[in-house]
Ligand binder design. Structure first.
Ligand code: SF4
Length: 720
């Protein structure tokens, strides 16, 4: 038996795993006791990873060979790699020469490894000359990025997992940690056992399993987080719980914010948020009086049309109380995907450049152009996720290359996405799995390797970089993502008549070395972090400069922030309600989120029978009282609809919600829902998963869509 140290490929906790294999097949998986994220533990998803790699399943669902079609009404046919990449490069060159570089676009994924991300970013921005490359991390962490940069000057989570054990208040906002980051939640449970004085507060409209176990649950109305944080700051000011010395020495902008939060009296805030005044007061006192307050937050703050403001308002609370840059304290975002952080580090998004540089900064563009040995990086802002597909729909972007993600399920407003995929002149899908809704739109399908087959690095939520290692070969003719991008770049370079950056990568380490060189002098300096050092010392946190002996566990301990003057900034953000309002026509608020045992669109976890035990089928949850009023019983089919789409789902009474609220898990796509209904009357054509109902409105700064709140109508379906 062979044993290979690697990482779990699901969430941003980034647990280490040991892959057991016979050299050709994965036979088992267990937690890596040496990995500091999980110390040998795995959740239900991670501990079943080996079952997703069974040969019988691989044959059924894997993309094994390149496939192409020459017309939309034809089926794709198997082709060899050379023919496929040559044809793609011809189409790219023709399109770019006729319509300009911005007529093509890339939509990539936080599940790619850092090296994959780096090459795709260089292909788009360095070779082709377009910034039209965005990632599904736009749906996940872009509000966090904007929040950190606005307030602290850099996209750098300042805390470590170890702070969970050092905090005396854990303030969880917009995160069902027990389901979405289970191994971290176990650390919280353990910390509570070890420290009876530790308090846990959960802010969530739903009474999730995380909220149920908390010392205090603030079940705020959807989208009212900024009001809550302003109200807590108002109370901290009123009760003299702020750190005036810290504010004076290390921050700026407090006077303006003070004026804003003055209006957020307890009565006013409690009314906006729909919570009891006494609970608000309790939360503010615990926050202000705690020795070390650690906030853990995720999509409840991020997936919002006010996502950046929500992040900033929470960071304001930390700055005002001095709860940052010390053990057990700080605003700590939990990343959703396994390598959303790595993607940000290499600048693999429409507004970013390598090593946390900004596309809008001329000096940063010049630095990257010099690193890549090209005359310039284009200054035209790239299209972010929703904008990208809108541009495809209007014909502005004619070729879209989708890598390791499933927008035909995961993006909001599926009518827009599917219209875009139908309108595109060429849709390229690079995927390990054929069982995603997006593959159906592929004119060209490029088979990619996946977990247990590929090598590189990932960065988890606490800035810890781990090596991902291949245990077995990829099946069929599947190639690694970086290899596909590299080979394509080499072919396209010959067809485009301009100065070309270097694409002579021969393995992931050559890409890594170029990436780490690009970080010299930046906030995330990892110039000391070679593959050999990672082999020797194991996973490490950044920054890790060339002369470092270890990575940095906690940032800002010297209270020097990454802003130009070293001071953190209070952001005077306004409270703005959700963009979509509840109306008599659409009287229910719809929230979406994760199940404990499924991941994203279920292309991988959906293959494992054991992972259906917790939630066997899709449903819509609502209160028993709301169901009663509509003569709906548990198990009845209901139609859930709004102006964007319709879902047919089983209704289920829930005690986690308030009147007028509903919840649908994000994982189930069209195939399963239509399979449930066994409908042959055409209804299934309108069922694209819950995101068909979701609002594409996005945050003005982060451009992250409001996946967490839409208004819907729910009607009982009567079958004759
Ligand atoms: Fe994988 Fe996340 Fe579970 Fe860890 S907590 S095993 S990274 S899914």
């Amino acid at each position: 038996m062979h044993e290979t140290q690697s990482n779990c490929c699901y969430c941003g906790v980034g647990c280490g795993v040991i892959i057991e294999s016979d050299g050709t097949q994965v036979t088992g998986v267990r937690g890596d006791p040496a990995h500091p994220a999980n110390f040998g533990k795995l959740c239900s998803k991670g501990s079943n990873l080996h079952l997703t790699a069974q040969p019988v399943l691989q044959q059924q669902v894997r993309a094994l060979y390149p496939e192409m079609r020459t017309a939309r009404d034809q089926d794709r046919e198997r082709v060899d790699w050379e023919t496929c990449l040559e044809s793609m490069a011809d189409k790219f060159a023709t399109c770019i020469q006729a319509h300009g570089a911005d007529s093509v676009g890339f939509y990539i994924s936080g599940q790619l490894l850092t090296e994959d991300y780096y090459v795709f970013n260089k292909l788009a921005k360095g070779l082709i000359g377009t910034n039209n490359i965005d990632s599904n991390s736009r749906l996940c962490m872009s509000s966090t990025v904007a929040g950190y940069k606005q307030s602290l000057g850099a996209d750098a989570p300042p805390c470590s997992y170890e702070d969970i054990e050092l905090a005396d208040l854990i303030f969880i906002a917009g995160s069902n940690t027990a389901y979405a980051h289970p191994i971290l939640y176990r650390r919280i449970e353990q910390a509570r056992e070890n420290n009876p004085h530790l308090k846990v507060v959960v802010v969530d409209p739903r009474r999730t399993d995380t909220a149920r176990e908390a010392d205090l649950h603030l079940a705020i109305l959807p989208g009212t987080d900024v009001a809550l944080f302003h109200g807590m700051l108002h109370l901290c000011l009123w009760e003299d719980l702020i750190d005036t010395a810290f504010i004076a020495a290390h921050t700026e902008g407090f006077a303006e914010l003070k004026q804003t939060v003055r209006d957020f009296t307890p009565a006013f805030t409690a009314q906006i948020c729909g919570i009891a005044e006494k609970d608000l007061i309790q939360a503010a006192r615990w926050f202000g009086l705690s020795k070390a307050a650690l906030s853990l937050y995720c999509q409840g703050l991020n997936q919002s049309s006010a996502g950046t403001a929500k992040n900033s308002a929470l960071i304001n609370l930390h700055l005002a109380t001095g709860q940052i840059g010390k053990p057990g304290a700080g605003p700590f975002s939990l990343t959703g995907q396994p390598n959303a952080m790595g993607g940000r580090e290499v600048g693999g998004m429409a507004n970013l450049l390598s090593a946390h540089r900004d596309l809008s900064n001329p000096e940063h563009r010049a630095e990257v152009a010099a690193l890549w040995n090209i005359p310039s990086v284009p200054d035209q802002p790239g299209k972010t996720a929703v904008e990208l597909f809108e541009a495809v729909r209007t014909g502005e972007i004619k070729i879209i290359w989708i890598v390791c993600t499933n927008p035909a399920q995961s993006m909001p407003d599926q009518n827009l996405i599917r219209a875009a995929l139908e309108k595109a002149e060429l849709v390229i899908v690079q995927e390990a799995y054929r069982n995603t809704a997006t593959v159906a739109y592929a004119d060209i399908l490029l088979p990619a390797s996946t977990w247990s087959e590929k090598s590189g690095t990932v960065t988890n939520s606490e800035r810890r970089i781990s090596r991902v290692r291949a245990a077995i070969a990829a099946p069929g003719e599947a190639h690694h993502d970086w290899q596909i991008a590299t080979k394509f770049a080499q072919i396209l370079a010959k067809k485009l008549n301009k100065t070309q950056p270097d694409f002579s990568y021969t393995n992931p380490e050559t890409i890594w070395d170029e990436h780490r060189d690009s970080t010299a002098g930046r906030d995330l300096d990892i110039t000391g972090l070679s593959y050999s050092l990672l082999e020797e010392k194991g996973p490490q946190q950044w920054p890790y400069p060339a002369d470092a002996k270890a990575g940095q566990q906690r940032l800002y301990e010297n209270h020097q922030f990454a802003t130009s003057n070293g001071k953190a900034r209070f952001i005077n953000c306004a409270y703005v309600a959700t963009t979509e309002k509840i109306t008599p026509r659409h009287p229910f608020a719809l929230n979406t989120g994760r199940l404990r045992d499924q991941w994203h669109g279920m292309s991988r976890t959906g293959l494992v029978a054991q992972l259906y035990a917790h939630a066997p089928e899709p449903c819509i949850e609502m209160t028993a009282q709301d169901m009663q009023r509509r003569f709906i019983q548990d198990g009845d089919f209901v139609e859930v609809s709004n102006q964007r789409g319709t879902q047919i789902l089983i209704a289920k009474a829930s005690d986690q919600l308030k009147a007028g609220q509903s919840f649908i898990a994000m994982h189930w796509g069209e195939e399963f829902v239509s399979g449930t209904l066994h409908s042959d009357d055409g209804i299934s054509k309108t069922l694209f998963g819950v995101n068909s109902l979701c609002n594409p409105a996005f945050d003005p700064i982060s451009k992250q869509p409001e996946l967490k709140h839409s208004a819907v109508k729910i009607t009982k379906l009567e079958f004759a």
